[in-house]
Unconditional design. Structure first.
Length: 424
């Protein structure tokens, strides 16, 4: 039988992979004369080959039609953002009316907190994880201060209670129960960016609601990575970016979810004219009449050149037959990576991401034996030979095999290269 940790087995896995042709739909950067081994889709996904065509279509339309491009053809700009609605809803497990592509992630987070963080003296607190992505922490701290409360007492951070810096579901449950009467909002990540830990979003939403708090999720590292079921998991809102696993380009237009129960909400919001109901928007009246659903939180007309690469990427998610098929491959890819690390370089690399597939996505977060400086040496060596992961302070290398374009041989080569460095 073939050794399950051998090069021959990796080649066989690639040959049997039904999603293998999707790699050809991406542009793989070169290192010297060879393709990079690219594991950085958790930071910036690769460019879909179709992105250039979609952008050029917009540019050509602009050059030939100018303002009339808003009103002519299937890809008219007036309704362009609607083209991404249904495929985006399929990726995040939502109703089409519950999702919208707009703005950037942190802008959307602030817009959601305008509506869903409504603190009172009795209930002013926001609960997040300790070590949250800085933009999230800055946003919630500033919102607490904006409402006249004190982050020192009203920003509650759950510390890790597991050996590798991860957080158990029991710790989350205890914290929500302990602080429940003071909680206005539980804001939680789908995947924690540094450790790669994934969470039971449905249960977190249930626990928050049971205490009378709002539940919101930051899905920056989960959208396009995990099979999300936002409508069924029942948060009040969620936000995410599209430049990571969604492959829509640097600084890509972001995504937002608002549960259908809030489709006709009377909650306050910051309003803009593109959130006004479609049928009367161009009557230019002074009264704001929000579009029902997530579209009602739009401010300005959409950035068409920014939406074009997202449309190209969503076509590939549909071509892959959805996130569930990608997840099946992802579990095998990341599982193969973990098995190789534990079998061949366990004296060099420590995996801090949970071992259970249900508690992680694509990413494995790794620490190098010997401390930060040795970790930086390995990271810089890998970069110098064209193996691209990323570094997160203080001492974590993140390696994320993305099932849309990574191969099992990519994973095998990574471990070979760690072995080569260790032998230097």
């Amino acid at each position: 039988m073939t050794d399950p940790l051998s090069r021959t087995h990796a080649i066989a896995l690639d040959a049997a992979d039904p999603l293998r042709p999707l790699r050809n739909d991406f542009l793989i950067p070169k290192h010297k004369h060879n393709e990079q081994v690219y594991f950085c889709g958790n930071s910036l996904g690769l460019q879909p080959r179709g992105a250039r065509e979609h952008v050029l279509q917009v540019l050509d339309k602009w050059s030939h039609e100018a303002v009339e491009g808003h009103f002519t053809g299937h890809a008219q700009w007036l309704t362009y953002h609607e083209q991404v609605r249904e495929p985006l809803a399929r990726v995040v497990g939502a109703l089409p009316s519950e999702v919208v592509a707009m703005n950037s992630l942190t802008t959307n987070l602030h817009l959601m907190m305008v509506s869903f963080y409504r603190p009172t003296p009795a209930r002013p607190a926001i609960l997040i994880e300790a070590g949250a992505f800085p933009s999230d922490r800055h946003a919630v701290e500033s919102q607490i201060r904006f409402h006249g409360f004190d982050p020192d007492t009203d920003l509650i951070e759950i510390l890790s209670d597991e050996v590798d810096g991860t957080i158990s579901m029991a710790a989350i449950e205890r914290a929500i129960a302990e602080h429940g009467p003071r909680l206005a909002l539980v804001l939680w990540p789908g995947i924690q960016y540094r450790t790669g830990q994934a969470f039971d979003l449905k249960e977190i939403a249930r626990l928050a609601h049971a205490q009378g708090a709002v539940a919101g999720f930051d899905l920056a590292h989960a959208a396009g990575n995990l099979p999300l079921r936002l409508h069924d998991d029942n948060p009040d809102f969620a936000v995410w970016c599209h430049y990571k696993y969604m492959n829509a380009g640097p600084g890509a237009v972001a995504g937002c979810f608002v549960h259908e129960r809030h489709a006709h909400t009377d909650r306050p919001r910051f309003a803009g004219w593109w959130g006004h109901e479609k049928k009367t928007r161009f009557q230019m009246g002074p009264e704001f009449v929000p579009t029902p659903g997530a579209d009602g939180w739009q401010l300005s007309n959409p950035p068409i050149l920014g939406l074009a690469p997202l449309l190209a990427s969503l076509e590939l998610f549909d071509k892959a037959d959805g996130v569930a098929a990608l997840r099946t491959k992802s579990e095998k890819l990341t599982g193969f990576l973990e098995a190789l690390i534990r079998a061949r370089v366990a004296d060099t690399l420590q995996v801090i991401t949970p071992a259970e597939p249900a508690r992680r996505g694509c990413q494995l977060s790794l620490r190098v034996t010997g401390g930060r400086e040795r970790g930086r040496e390995l990271f810089e060596y890998l970069t110098s030979i064209g193996t691209i992961g990323d570094w997160r302070e203080p001492d974590v290398i993140r390696i994320s095999p993305a099932p849309l374009y990574n191969k099992f041989m990519d994973v095998y080569r990574f471990v070979e290269e760690v072995e080569s460095w260790r032998g230097v």
